[in-house]
Write a protein that binds this ligand. Sequence first.
Ligand SMILES: Cc1cc2nc3c(=O)[nH]c(=O)nc-3n(C[C@H](O)[C@H](O)[C@H](O)COP(=O)(O)OP(=O)(O)OC[C@H]3O[C@@H](n4cnc5c(N)ncnc54)[C@H](O)[C@@H]3O)c2cc1C
Length: 394
Amino acid sequence: MARRLDYYLERLVGDEQQTFHGAIHDFVDDAIAPRWLEWERDHQLIPDDAIAQMAEMGLFGVTVSEEYGGQGGSQLDLLLMGLALGYQSQSLAITPGAALSLGAKPLQLCGTEAQKTAHLPDLAAGERMFVFGLSEPGRGTDATNPQVTATRDGDDWIIRGEKCWSTNARWASHVIVHALTDPDGKSGHRSSCFIVPMESDGVHYQEMTGKDLWEQSSTGSIILDDVRVSKDDLLGDHNEGFRVMATSLNGGRLFIAALSLASLASALDKVREYAQEREIMGGPLGRYQRVQDVVLDMDIALEQGLTWLIDLCNRYDAGTLDRESAAKVKVECSRRASDLLTLAMEVCGGVACFDEFGLSRHHRDLFVCRVGEGSNFALKGFATRPLMPSITLD
Ligand SMILES: Cc1cc2nc3c(=O)[nH]c(=O)nc-3n(C[C@H](O)[C@H](O)[C@H](O)COP(=O)(O)OP(=O)(O)OC[C@H]3O[C@@H](n4cnc5c(N)ncnc54)[C@H](O)[C@@H]3O)c2cc1C
């Protein structure tokens, strides 16, 4: 049965982009899907050889500009990569996805020429990986005022504290650390970002075990124990660290919306196939109107989400995407896909509880889409502000 995602992409994107998406899909079908269940049952991270295969395909350089050795692709290309990989698993997609949108992107947007030349070619080749060190054990939504500090020592900076939940930490060569540099500064202008090599003295990484969603994706805690970096490692302007982080989050939120749609598309194909095959009370399951409701609602959500997201990706590339729109598409796609996946599981019944069927993984993973890169509750408050400007919202 043809994938519903392909049906919509044929209508919404050009031939070249369909070919790009199709090539990644084929790679997943041939090289990843046959091994996935084993990784899940072993509770293991994506193995290094699979990361290397993705690097060989150029997936870690999709949006890095060609002058630095990347593919020079657009945000729409990143979305297509997210859809093709995420159709199998969000853990798979977020690995190059976070490396690009939260690792390479801040460098592309805010780095000096020397920093870009030093790192981007290796990032594009998948030989290095930057991770995003915004969250801390005591600072998630409230990331404006980090507890990690950076204090001056001559021309150097000394960084202390702990970052947590950093995606890709297992494979990281560097962490972009958001640290307090001016406790008395104006809100939003108290912190700076630093590019910190993971091999520096005083950097300790620990994989955060025990999570059963995005299970094959690495999530790490990074302790910074008086780590010395030079002034050349400052990323962006001094005391403008929050802006560096926030700028990157717009693209990251579009990517999380893409992961939500990838899970929805994958589930939709499974449900409509099962509803046609499964015999119940002398006929196919799909003859019940309640089942048809769920299938059609999933299809409507997929078409609407793709159309909306493609438009926002084009606006992102044109430099006209506002922060509220990126937040809203992330909130809506993740919320709708999560709700529909619960119904999809119910439509399929017992088989949906088993990993082989491939629904429960997407059902679990969608929770991360609701919480990551700004929780939906927090983003709703932020996106509501321009609608009621006279009201001070919590
Ligand atoms: C698998 C995974 C990967 C991640 N990867 C990264 C990464 O690479 N780099 C990184 O820096 N961080 C990462 N994070 C952290 C993620 O961005 C945070 O979890 C998120 O920002 C929310 O922070 P928190 O979990 O501390 O929630 P808290 O800030 O403690 O909030 C708890 C809950 O309170 C509610 N809430 C918060 N604010 C409001 C509000 N204003 N109005 C109403 N309700 C509110 C929300 O429901 C929220 O979920 C990752 C997290 C996970 C789970």
